[in-house]
Design a protein around this ligand. Structure first.
Ligand code: MF3
Ligand code: CO
Ligand code: CO
Length: 266
């Protein structure tokens, strides 16, 4: 497998898939509150993608080599869960932080995006982790332009996160995306400037840093999917799907509630 480069027509398809994925998060936002189960959020997302958007939730039955088919339509990762949390019948409670990760397939193209939500009243520490992870993602995105290298993105994210006393998860990374959910290249959220692949217009990949309040070490929770922090510290993640343009980047997973780059980190 090699990196695929997207044509103008391909990019139109990916813009639509990206916007739809982001709009699912917009739709879910008012529902993320104490007492709501992640299964309910999953059902809302599933029905919206299938019945309103006429798309397909990419996670449902997704089964990469070595994995059992993923049983739900979104990922919901709460508190010390890093990623791939499976929606269930437990209710969210005030103070929880939850990452909701949505991937929509539309006309064969994938759009992949996730956001953090603070349920009810969050602690200062939890809110700071979510805000800093958001800023880490945007600092990585801001590096994207032709001639830059993947290592520049990773280095920027790592330097910012570790400089603020957090750690970066290394076992999971961003990824090329297009007709397939996960394509080359891998987009590490740590690294050295000037290393790894050079960015070329037409490349599309996700940037999705997972940042821990404690140590970076991970553990698999036992359901075959959910990844948690080994030290049970809080973890946060944000994700956008990004196109390399002739002059810089275009974020494809944008929508009414997903602020443009000018407001990033504000
Ligand atoms: N959306 C995740 C990512 O950003 C992948 C989830 S795979 C699933 O790459 F099967 F857990 F949904
Ligand atoms: Co992704
Ligand atoms: Co995702």
């Amino acid at each position: 497998m090699t990196i695929t480069f997207k044509s103008a027509a391909d990019i139109d398809g990916m813009r639509l898939a990206g916007r739809l994925a982001s709009e699912v998060l917009d739709m879910l936002t008012p529902h993320v509150k104490p007492g709501v189960t992640t299964n309910w959020l999953d059902q809302l997302a599933h029905d919206h993608i299938v019945n309103v958007q006429h798309g397909t939730p990419a996670p449902l039955n997704y089964a990469p080599p070595g994995y059992t088919p993923y049983p739900k339509s979104i990922c919901t990762s709460i508190n010390h869960q890093i990623c791939h949390g499976i929606p269930n019948d437990r209710a969210l409670k005030s103070g929880d932080i939850v990452n909701i990760d949505v991937t929509v397939i539309k006309d064969g193209w994938h759009g992949d995006t996730s956001r953090m939500f603070v349920v009810g009243e969050g602690s200062i520490a939890a809110k700071r982790l979510c805000r800093m992870t958001y800023e880490a993602m945007w600092r990585g995105i801001a590096r994207v332009r032709p001639g830059a290298r993947l290592g520049d993105i990773g280095h920027t994210i790592q330097t910012f996160a570790e400089g603020n006393g957090f750690s970066v998860v290394r076992e999971f990374c961003g990824h090329g995306i297009g007709r397939k959910f996960h394509e080359e290249p891998q987009v590490l959220h740590y690294g050295k400037p000037g290393t790894l692949d050079e960015l070329v217009p037409g490349m599309v990949f996700t940037i999705e840093p997972m940042i821990n309040a404690g140590k970076r070490d991970i553990r698999e929770a036992g359901d075959g999917w959910t990844i948690v922090t080994k030290d049970r510290s809080l973890s946060a993640q944000w994700e956008h799907t990004v196109l390399v343009t002739e002059t810089g980047y275009e974020v494809l997973t944008v929508s009414a509630d997903s602020p443009p780059p000018a407001l990033a980190g504000a």
